[in-house]
Design a protein around this ligand. Structure first.
Ligand code: SF4
Length: 385
């Protein structure tokens, strides 16, 4: 993202994905993070902030993916698991503030520089990894496919997601949760290599059972989005009613550290904070270390602006572009999606009915939750894995 001459770039996985797509013995499925739909068009000359969800799905089908699913589906699922985890910690006196765990760049930073505070991290896997674990269990079962024949590909705005997918613990189904991670730029290259006229593609829709999403899932891609999505559901679970206004504007925008207090029925005032960029993360983490953080819940994203400006997104990225890409996601949430709260996702409800049974239950713990590694800051290079 920062190298002016393109000498530093992601580890390229395009050839491996082409090989999987051309292997007739493999069933290749794909998920795309929310930030992709707000930026992929830029690789084809479309203005920043153009929402290209339908064309992206159409392009992935034409590349040969057997099923086109969505990371937003498991973003909604993350909110159910994480919201329940937060409530459990509040009720049972668990470690607070709880901190989000979706951003592998942030997680690795925390493992190195704040290993004493790892208990604050939510144990939820990121939506990418939840999707991967379900792809080789729930989906394999539903579709009657042997999980060894499933290749699970994800399209991410993020170079750190390649690392996250390879963490040794990310194989709870007995197989790698996610086999290959491509960045937005790599997907752009594949679409060009495939000779697909992206701009003139028709809009197509996701496949079931892992393609439905709500507006809450889509705003994960912008700083503050996970917090906003979580508060919508936590409020509804605790009070039995919807938040009077689903737009929680104090957590939106590019201010480095954002704070808000939300009244949540019998829980009273819930104080929350949001940071993006690791310098801002440090400010909140130092506050926790000093015992001065009275928040219940903190969202931290590694990249300034959140995933819409991740290391795998189209270049250039600047604040003007960050605002435009975020606006596309908020428009998807506010104007396109009819449902805006994760607990309203019918496919997620079905997943619980048929497979997981309950949030934080046995299967969830096995497949959707994880643990972290104390790495410390003095590890010699290459010795920290
Ligand atoms: S904030 Fe950056 S490092 Fe974290 S998941 Fe998003 S793109 Fe990846």
């Amino acid at each position: 993202m920062a190298c002016p001459v393109g000498a530093l770039y992601e580890k390229d996985d395009v050839d491996a994905v082409w090989r999987a797509l051309q292997d007739p013995t493999k069933h290749v499925i794909v998920q795309e993070a929310p930030a992709i739909r707000a930026a992929l068009g830029e690789e084809f000359g479309m203005p920043p902030g153009t929402l290209v969800t339908g064309k992206m799905i159409a392009a992935l089908r034409r590349l040969g993916f057997d099923k086109v699913f969505d990371t937003n589906f498991t973003a909604d699922l993350t909110i159910i698991e994480e919201g329940n985890e937060l409530l459990k910690r509040v009720k049972e006196g668990g470690t607070l503030p709880m901190i989000t765990s979706c951003s592998p760049g942030w997680i690795k930073f925390c493992e190195h520089f704040y290993p004493d505070l790892l208990d604050h991290l939510s144990t939820c896997k990121s939506p990418q990894q939840m999707f991967g674990a379900l792809a080789k269990t729930y989906y394999a079962e539903t579709a009657g496919i042997d999980p060894k024949d499933i290749v699970s590909v994800s399209i991410m705005p993020c170079t750190a997601k390649k690392f996250e997918a390879q963490r040794p613990e990310m194989a709870s189904s007995g197989y790698r949760d996610v086999d290959y991670v491509l960045t937005t730029r790599e997907l752009g290259r594949m679409i060009k290599e495939g000779g697909i006229d992206f701009v003139n593609l028709p809009d197509e829709d996701y496949d079931a059972p892992m393609g439905e999403y709500t507006g809450a899932g889509t705003i994960f891609g912008a700083t503050g989005g996970v917090m906003e999505a979580a508060l919508r559901t936590v409020y509804a679970v605790v009070t039995g009613e919807n938040l009077p206004n689903l737009d929680i504007t104090p957590v939106r925008g590019l201010e480095g550290v954002k704070e808000a207090t939300v009244k949540v029925g019998p829980l009273g005032d819930v104080k929350i904070a949001v940071a993006h960029g690791l310098g801002n993360a440090r400010k909140l983490m130092d506050k926790i270390r000093e015992g001065k953080a009275d928040y219940a819940f903190i969202e931290i994203m590694c990249c300034p602006g959140g995933c819409i400006a991740g290391g795998g997104e189209p270049i250039p990225t600047n604040n003007e572009i960050r605002v435009l890409r975020s606006s596309a996601l908020y428009a998807d949430d506010g104007k396109v999606q009819k449902k805006r709260q994760s607990h309203e996702n019918e496919s997620v409800k079905k997943l619980y009915d048929k497979f997981l049974k309950e949030p934080l239950g046995h299967k969830s713990h096995e497949l959707l939750h994880t643990k972290y590694t104390k790495r410390g800051s003095e590890m010699p290079h290459g010795k920290d894995e």
